[in-house]
Design a binder for this molecule. Structure first.
Ligand code: NAP
Ligand code: FE
Length: 360
């Protein structure tokens, strides 16, 4: 059994302000990496800039990370970071800016390398330091070594083979206040997918299950908010964000499994948001799992059955009808990913993948 969690994590209200000194300890000038607008609107960008200013640390801002960031975006940000003389990277946002920040940190450190090193498992994984501030409750990227990038050349998304962990994660649920309901629902579903796929995983251990168990129990506390049964409050955002961070610690050890593997081509081909795309395949995955694993996940998360989870997905993420030829592309994509196929704790073949995808 092996447990490795090298990220210093603070999860508390106002933690950027409270830990400004640590934030400023990683270099002289930060490249702040964000999406288009949410970090500016939810206060996280101001908090980071104020903390850097107070510590006399410079910054440059790259705000062009798209959802499901591409290799091309990473390389553009690297050029700006080098031109500006940045010696560490701060990623603020959902999984897209956080994953991009990790890859950008690698490319800034390896300034003479081209993009091919990102996907070359023999290449050095050296990076400049990375600080991450999550503002969605889905990916747990703040505590994983994972960076998923869009490969336009291959028409899909792919995790880079290097493990890149942040030095510091500042986790504050206040940035999620005012988040559109669909983003809250979709990212919450991603965290639930991580918990499920980590539990039902060939690499699961007692320690990864410990993270899953704690995450599912937190997730359960606020799950009904997504059904509109009551208004989300500060505690709900915190519960879901902490559940997402714990889910991240779980997948940092096991990786994800078949639903994530099937989701990549679905998102590439339909632009379906990540959490919604993973959730699409979760009922099918649970149906194939052992009764013990299925019963554990379903009951710990407060569902009465797999159908009850499917209904919850429908109501919170608004399930969309997906064309069969698109789902067939997802199955084909996963069939070409033997490592992901082997992540399930049971034998997987094409017929099973088609069943999980709802294909006849
Ligand atoms: P995202 O793609 O980072 O962001 C989705 C949307 O949410 C964007 O429009 C973003 O706006 C907005 N947003 C972010 N925070 C907000 C807030 N506090 N209030 C209002 N809007 C907000 O979404 P995500 O689901 O968190 O990340 C998905 C990515 O993470 C995918 O690429 C996926 O493959 C990856 N992923 C990584 C891991 C890992 O372990 N590293 C695990 C699972 C998934 P702006 O663009 O304006 O910021
Ligand atoms: Fe995910």
């Amino acid at each position: 059994m092996f447990f490795y969690m090298p990220v210093q994590v603070y999860a508390e209200k106002d933690c950027v302000r409270n830990h400004a000194k640590e934030l400023c300890s990683f270099g002289k000038k930060a490249l702040i990496v964000t999406g288009k607008s949410s970090a500016a609107k939810n206060g996280s960008l101001d908090d980071i800039r104020n903390a850097l200013d107070a510590g006399g640390i410079g910054n440059a801002h790259f705000n062009e990370v798209e959802e499901n960031p591409s290799v091309e975006t990473v390389m553009r940000a690297r050029d700006i970071g080098l031109k500006e003389g940045c010696d560490f990277v701060i990623g603020i946002g959902g999984g897209s800016p956080m994953d991009a920040a990790k890859a950008i940190a690698m490319m800034i450190r390896q300034k003479d390398a081209d993009a091919s090193v990102l996907f070359d498992s023999e290449a050095s994984p050296a990076t400049v330091p990375v600080v991450l501030v999550p503002t969605t409750c889905g990916t747990g990227s703040e505590v994983t070594g994972i960076s998923v990038l869009t490969r336009h050349d291959l028409h899909t998304k792919m995790a880079i083979p290097h493990k890149i962990f942040a030095a510091l994660a500042l986790v504050d649920g206040k940035y999620m206040k005012g988040m559109p309901a669909h983003i809250f629902a979709e990212t919450t579903m991603d965290a639930f997918a991580h918990l499920t796929e980590s539990r039902i995983n060939a690499k699961a251990s007692d320690m990864s299950r410990m993270c899953v168990d704690a995450g599912l129990r937190l997730w359960l506390r606020s799950k009904d908010v997504l059904l509109g049964k009551r208004e989300a409050d500060e505690t709900d955002f915190l519960n879901m964000l902490n559940a997402s961070t714990m889910a991240g610690m779980a997948i940092a050890h096991t990786g994800t499994s078949l639903p994530h593997g099937l989701s990549y081509a679905l998102t590439y081909n339909t632009r379906m948001p990540h959490g919604k795309a993973c959730g699409y395949f979760l009922p099918g995955y649970l149906a194939e799992a052992s009764k013990e694993d299925r019963d554990y996940v379903i009951s710990t998360a407060g569902f009465s059955s797999v159908d009850d989870l499917a209904l919850y997905y429908d109501m919170t993420c608004r399930k969309e009808r997906v064309e069969e030829d698109i789902l067939a592309l997802s199955v084909d994509d996963l069939l070409h990913n033997p490592a992901k196929m082997a992540s399930a704790p049971f034998a997987v073949d094409e017929r099973m993948l088609r069943r999980i995808a709802g294909l006849s």
